[in-house]
Design a protein around this ligand. Structure first.
Ligand SMILES: [Zn+2]
Length: 285
């Protein structure tokens, strides 16, 4: 029997009615000790800090066992975050698997996972002043791991003019400066981001990625506990609050901040930096 691709099968409704199953039931994961991390934060002294200028990026080292606070000090602004193992740039944030494990957006208790073959928690979200937002009527949520980062290549593919201060280029320049390497050496290390403070979702009718004005306001922050030594690189997106457009100088943009907080010695008696993934990499041979 040939099948007409234009017409749904007779049992179409039955097929659609099948209930979904969670791909990665994450109740097998050891729960993050958020209260323990927060108690350690209470003992912490403010250490190094850096301001991320609008339409630019900056980097900071975050030693394992300390906390990175990403702040919005002045006005509504979205940030694109890259995370690296500070001792091995090949280990970096894996937004796709973080999404598969925790969901499209992250908040308190979620881990930020590293890429293969390391696949371990790099950081844990311990405070999020936008946790109250939840999901809006459009399906929008905050802090996504679905958008990749604005970049000049997609701009070209969609027929736009070159714009050099997209997050991809900002991250590339900041990583090159941090490491003392050329742009072309730095660029391949730049990876899909955590979109800090960004409010996004998928449209129900066409399934397209949407953004809307971020609910972030001056004073909001996201705290990430560093499970390993981290190099954090953050771009203040040229989209500003991402209410209208990005990849241009049109939107109002504000700075972001990154500050490290170091808990007192002994404040985390039960915490250990996670080892790299134990899979033996034999891949069936
Ligand atoms: Zn951007």
């Amino acid at each position: 029997m040939t099948r007409d691709p234009q017409h749904a099968p007779l049992d179409a409704d039955d097929r659609r009615a099948i209930a979904p199953v969670i791909c990665y039931p994450n109740d097998a994961l050891p729960p993050a000790d958020v209260e323990g991390y927060r108690a350690a934060m209470q003992t912490a002294a403010a250490g190094d800090g850096v301001t991320v200028p609008p339409r630019d990026a900056a980097s900071i080292l975050v030693p394992a066992g300390s906390i990175l606070r990403i702040g919005c000090p002045e006005g509504p602004q979205v940030g694109d975050l890259n995370l690296f193992n500070a001792n091995n740039l090949n280990e970096r944030f894996f937004s796709g698997k973080t999404r598969a494990i925790h969901g499209t957006h992250v908040t308190v208790g979620h881990r930020l996972w590293s890429n293969f073959p390391y696949l371990r928690p790099m950081a844990t979200v311990i405070n999020d002043t936008l946790e109250w937002y939840g999901a809006d009527e459009f399906g929008g949520r905050v802090h996504d791991v679905i958008g990749t980062r604005c970049d000049p290549y997609t701009g070209r593919a969609l027929g736009g003019p070159d714009y050099h201060y997209c997050c991809h280029s900002n991250l590339t320049r900041a990583l090159a400066d941090d490491q003392g390497i050329e742009l072309e050496q730095a660029e391949p290390y730049v990876h899909d981001v955590l979109n800090v403070f960004m409010c996004t979702g998928f449209t129900r009718d066409t399934g397209q990625y949407f953004m809307k004005a971020s609910p972030v306001r001056a004073g909001d922050y996201l705290d990430l506990f560093a499970e390993i030594d981290l190099l954090a690189v953050l771009s203040a997106c040229p989209g500003g609050d991402c209410s209208s457009e990005h990849s241009s100088d049109t939107a109002a943009c504000y700075p972001l901040s990154m500050q490290v907080f170091t808990p007192e010695k002994g404040a985390l008696p039960n915490w250990q930096s996670p080892p790299i993934n134990p899979y033996d990499r034999s891949h069936g041979r």
